[in-house]
Write a protein that binds this ligand. Structure first.
Ligand code: ATP
Length: 311
């Protein structure tokens, strides 16, 4: 069935998803003006400027993965549609290479905003914006997990959260590791990797919850999680936060940018408690994503009540 849907949606070397307009083909894509956005675990991503003002993000998978990718698996990814997932619009897959085409989302990644990127300084993100981002990401994960017990994201981290100018979060890179797994191991960077993956490398919904917990800690502390690959100065956030909890006043855990927000201290502590539960060593003790989403919704509504009372 998926095969025949895809056949109907072919245009000039690309297979499109959904009912959107097919205003470009592979040739136009290859000859368009491009801008390098960055290189990740699975390949490189470019911004491509097409005719009529259309701009897309083009991910070219690493050559090592060329023979491992199956079209059926890419088409499964194209069926995942949710407002908090980065929309996959089209793909090209042959023995010569695999190209995935996504909507281009203007603000860039949460990582770049929170920590700065290549000389660009960090952006001040307020408490409500951080809550909104956390809720959007949790909803995207909830959608993925609801597709079946084995469906997970597998690579939740702040560079895979792309924001639009309304700070709506879009999860990128979902399912790409499953496309190439016969040729690779779980590729999570160290700081987001659940402890159980050190032995098995088998990602699960519980390991997604751990990664989400680290992302929450990153939003709350403003600190960069450890990244063994790029040898940056990151920290083991779950360990560091637990230590600080024991040794220092809780206020010291939070990003100093958040401390200017009055009357939301209790909400910040509630969110911190949630992040700590998500990063429990024992996967069975971590909450389900439904429970996480509900909790963030509750915390956000407290924040809104407080805002009405005080501002
Ligand atoms: N659709 C998009 N719109 C805007 N920026 C994007 C889009 N997709 C990716 N980017 C940005 O391009 C850069 C490279 O992305 P890419 O997915 O190739 O690697 P990564 O996310 O940095 O690392 P990894 O794949 O290992 O998680 C990142 O900074 C990312 O935020």
């Amino acid at each position: 069935m998926a095969e025949s849907i895809a056949e109907n949606n072919r245009k000039d070397g690309l297979v499109f998803f959904g009912k959107g307009e097919r205003v470009y083909g592979l040739d136009k894509l290859l000859t368009s003006k491009i801008e390098f956005l960055g290189k990740g675990t699975f390949g490189s991503t470019y911004k491509s400027f097409l005719d009529d003002g259309v701009v897309v993000a083009v991910k070219i998978l690493k050559f090592d993965y060329v023979l491992g990718v199956e079209r059926e698996k890419i088409e499964k990814l194209g069926e995942r549609v949710h407002e908090n997932l980065l929309p996959l619009r089209a793909y090209h897959c042959t023995n010569h290479g695999t190209v995935l085409i996504y909507d281009y989302i203007p603000m860039g990644s949460l990582s770049a905003l929170l920590h700065g990127n290549g000389g660009a300084s960090k952006t001040q993100l307020g408490w409500e914006v951080r809550c909104r981002i956390a809720y959007g990401v949790a909803q995207g994960i909830e959608y993925l997990h609801s597709r079946g017990p084995d469906v997970c994201h597998g690579n939740i981290r702040s560079s895979n959260i792309i924001l639009n100018d309304n700070y709506d979060a879009h999860l990128s890179d979902f399912g790409i590791d499953q496309l190439i797994l016969p040729h690779s191991k779980a590729n999570l960077i160290a700081g987001y990797q659940a402890p159980e993956l050190k032995n098995s490398k088998k990602i699960s919904q519980k390991s997604d919850i751990y990664s989400f917990g680290v992302l929450l800690l990153e939003l709350l502390t403003g600190k960069v999680p450890i990244d063994a690959l790029s040898k940056n100065e990151g920290v083991d956030l779950p360990k560091c936060v637990r230590l600080m909890f024991q040794e220092k006043p809780v206020i010291d855990v939070f990003d100093s940018d958040l401390l200017r927000y009055k009357n939301v201290g209790e909400q910040m502590v509630l969110m911190l408690q949630l992040a700590i539960c998500c990063t429990f060593e024992n996967p069975n003790k971590r909450p389900s994503i439904d429970a996480v989403t509900n909790r963030i919704k509750e915390i956000n509504s407290f924040t809104r009540i407080i805002r009405k009372l005080y501002y």
